[in-house]
Unconditional design. Sequence first.
Length: 238
Amino acid sequence: MTIYNCSLFLFRLPYRQFVRKITTLKNSSDKLHPNVILTEENKRACISRLKQLRPMKIKDNEKKAAVLVPLCLYNNELGLLYTLRSFKLSTNRGQVSFPGGIQDSEDKSYEETAVRETWEELRLPRDKVEIWSRGNFVGRNDVDVMPVVGFVGEIDPKKLDINPEEVDEAFVVSLKDLCDPDKCGYTYFKKGFLLPAYTGGKHRIWGLTAVITHVIMKTLVPEVYKHEFKMLQPVKVS
């Protein structure tokens, strides 16, 4: 074998793997394009999957809460809008979350709770939130949390009028990064279970917020989002 042929042999396999990876990334990017995700057809499919979700909780808690999972446009890409909880808060301070909170007696629905709390935390106008659908409860200690998916249009997190008493920062993680297996790991808990964790954004996303992210991504872009966590209660959608 000549040196030339040997070189071709050595580089052929890595090159093919490289091409396959680039092709996969391109195909994934196409499926994550706003013109695909925001179609009425995809929206209806997402809503249908959300309505089929089963609750993810061990017990029924008396206390109920709701969070908005804000799908947004940032830098010409679709992503999810997160908040970093203020260090002034007494619980879960400095952790990543979705805007939301405990349901008030005046709230007529979980959607209303999610939108109200989003206004209080980020001053995001209510008429800017296009509600798609709610999911199902995700349990956390003594509270059951209802995720509500909504599209909030084009967002620049740096320009949001955040409430410093509740939020230290707002940031966006693109759907592309949330789907990237190299930017998704897990958190292992002593009780012997795993929960997803995401490292593609400015801050690590873990805990309840990561679970909700996982659930919503499986309903929003199931053809691209392929993360699985064997010890996490399965999210069953058709």
